[in-house]
Write a protein that binds this ligand. Structure first.
Ligand code: CFN
Ligand code: HCA
Length: 534
């Protein structure tokens, strides 16, 4: 069954009038005849609504800083925030020097009541001394949790004094959870800090290899960036820094020498992409290594960008070889998946990145959305290189270069830009409003009530989201696939990742477990009790 305006109205009628008015602006039924459809995004969640969103601390420490492996990330606050952001995201890392991988540690000042009352600065300073003595890390970050901002601990001064004392890079991030409306604020805080304190501080002056690139917005969840790097290296690229999956302080310091920045996740790290462009003139190119077609197009775009015939040829050879390997493996899974439907609700970019991969397996996305994306993630942009983003960033082009070509390390003559405009097909990563089919539903900041209602009506064959809502569909007898941490599996990126994804999704469909589950409401009364007569 599809959802029309009347059904949507009925779902929203359960809310109080004011809440209904607000939620209505966050939900769209895709209709390409209606012209550009607007959706409200990046606004505060209504208190009382069960959202899947996280906070600024999660976005800063959890998402952007956390994966940097040779740094110790201190969480300044009571233990809960450190504990619940400890390894759950499955950002993998292997260190060249095994003594310099600190990701498996949970490091926190564990503030107690007396620290809240009398201040936690001294405790934080002592902790930094201990961390330097015990771990000898290359650098340290300090992330503030809510109470730190409320009591006014000056973590920047603590960091500066510790830097002078220990002579290593120690920086503070005032990413208290309450800042902004979601994780997104924390991404921005982390981006600013990394740019200000680390990127560009290395000694390298020239790219160490012919095609030197950075990968931005790739966090190595379940090993994704290892799979992407495998292919890129085979083609002949040199990856200077991955931000920040399996990333390191040492690589990041020299990220400014790259010739091109790839932007995989646009939502969490577009700020660094544009700051690198402004400061060092490095152009950036949006890519998507989730899905086979998206991976191929991304590789082709990169080759076109450098424009070297040998690189273009090598790219095609590698694509052909990879396809020969995976196509026969995918066949049996496609048979299982064909004709099925899914929901695809994730935090930011993955909400549209995964639709292509699902489609390649024959699975249609009937509902999708983001927890915390901004309007530009939904609405898509005109794909014209050489345009600066406008003030509210609604028109960020996908291949983004400044007009003054002299500012590039990789010089792009005007006629080459014209050629690139024609050659680079960027349709698959335009905003969500353009990736979904007519009649499908787009929801911003989907909540638990709406989740249940939409599942009840649309009956997807698989539900893909995160841990907070995973078990609602399970209890309704529908498989669910976490697209955040991949449920202990992965990698899902690139060519081989697509096979892993196809296998995992197929297993969820054919497992006989669903035949043994009777949802509680089918054989038990929902309420128990007795009615007394008065
Ligand atoms: S790895 Fe990324 S891809 S960084 Fe971002 S917007 Fe989160 S942690 Mo969860 S899975 Fe998710 Fe994206 Fe970019 Fe991950 S869709 S919510 S903040 N995200
Ligand atoms: C975060 C991290 C998260 C949470 C995932 C989930 C992740 O937002 O703080 O809710 O299942 O990917 O680990 O997005």
């Amino acid at each position: 069954m599809a959802i029309d305006d009347k059904t949507l109205e009925a779902i929203l009628n359960e809310f109080p009038a004011k809440v209904k008015r607000s939620r209505k602006k966050h939900i769209l039924i895709k209709n390409s005849d209606a012209g550009p459809q607007e959706i409200e995004a990046n606004t505060r969640t209504i208190p009382g609504i069960m959202t899947n969103r996280g906070c600024a601390f999660a976005g800063c420490k959890g998402v952007v800083l956390g994966p940097l492996k040779d740094m110790v990330h201190i969480v300044h606050g009571p233990i809960g925030c450190a504990y619940y952001s400890w390894m759950t995201r499955r950002n993998k890392a292997k260190s060249e020097d095994p003594k310099k991988n600190f990701l498996s540690y949970c490091v926190s000042t564990d503030m107690q009541e007396s620290d809240i009352v009398f201040g936690g600065e001294k405790k934080l300073a002592r902790m930094i001394d201990d961390v330097v003595e015990i771990f000898n890390p290359n650098a340290i970050t300090i992330s503030a949790t809510c109470p730190v901002g409320l009591i006014g601990d000056d973590i920047n001064t603590v960091a500066r004094l510790a830097r002078e004392k220990h002579g290593i890079n120690i920086t503070a991030y005032t990413c208290e959870g309450y800042k902004g409306v979601s994780q997104s604020a924390g991404h921005h805080i982390a981006n600013n800090g990394l740019m200000e304190n680390i990127i560009g501080q290395g000694e390298l002056e020239e790219p160490p290899a012919k095609y030197t690139i950075n990968i931005l917005g790739e966090y190595n969840i379940g090993g994704d960036s290892w799979e992407v790097e495998r292919v890129l290296k085979e083609i002949g690229y040199h990856v200077q820094a991955v931000m920040t999956g399996n990333g390191s302080y040492e690589d990041l310091k020299n990220a400014h020498i790259a010739q091109l920045n790839l932007v995989q996740c646009h939502r969490s790290i577009n700020y660094i992409a544009s700051m690198l462009e402004t400061k060092y003139g490095t152009p950036w190119l949006k890519v998507n290594f989730i899905g086979i077609r998206a991976t191929i197009e991304s590789l082709r775009n990169m080759a076109q960008y450098f424009g070297d015939e040998a690189l273009i040829k090598k790219t095609e050879e590698v694509i052909e070889k990879e396809l020969m390997e995976i196509e026969p493996q995918l066949e049996p899974y496609k048979k299982i998946c064909q004709g099925k439907t899914t929901f695809c609700f994730v935090g930011g970019s993955r909400g549209h990145h995964y639709q292509g991969l699902y489609g390649e397996l024959g699975i249609k996305t009937v509902l999708a959305g983001y927890e915390f994306a901004h309007r530009d993630d939904y609405e898509g942009r005109e794909v014209i290189p050489n345009i600066k983003p406008d003030a509210d960033s609604k028109n960020i082009p996908d291949l983004h270069v400044l007009p003054d070509e002299n500012r590039y390390r990789l010089k792009i003559p005007a006629e080459r830009m014209e050629e690139l405009k024609k050659k680079i097909p960027l349709s698959y990563y335009a905003g969500m409003n353009t990736t979904m089919q007519d009649g499908s539903i787009i929801v911003d900041d989907l909540n638990h009530y709406e989740t249940e209602e939409f599942i009840r009506i649309l009956k997807p064959d698989i539900f893909s989201s995160g841990i907070k809502d995973k078990y609602i569909p399970h209890k309704m007898g529908i498989p669910s696939k976490q697209l955040h941490n991949y449920d202990y599996s992965g990698p899902y990126a690139g060519f081989r990742g697509a096979v892993n994804f196809a296998r995992d999704v197929s297993m969820s469909f054919i497992t006989p477990a669903w035949n043994f589950i009777v949802p509680p409401w089918k054989d038990k009364p929902l309420l128990e009790g007795s009615i007394e007569q008065c």
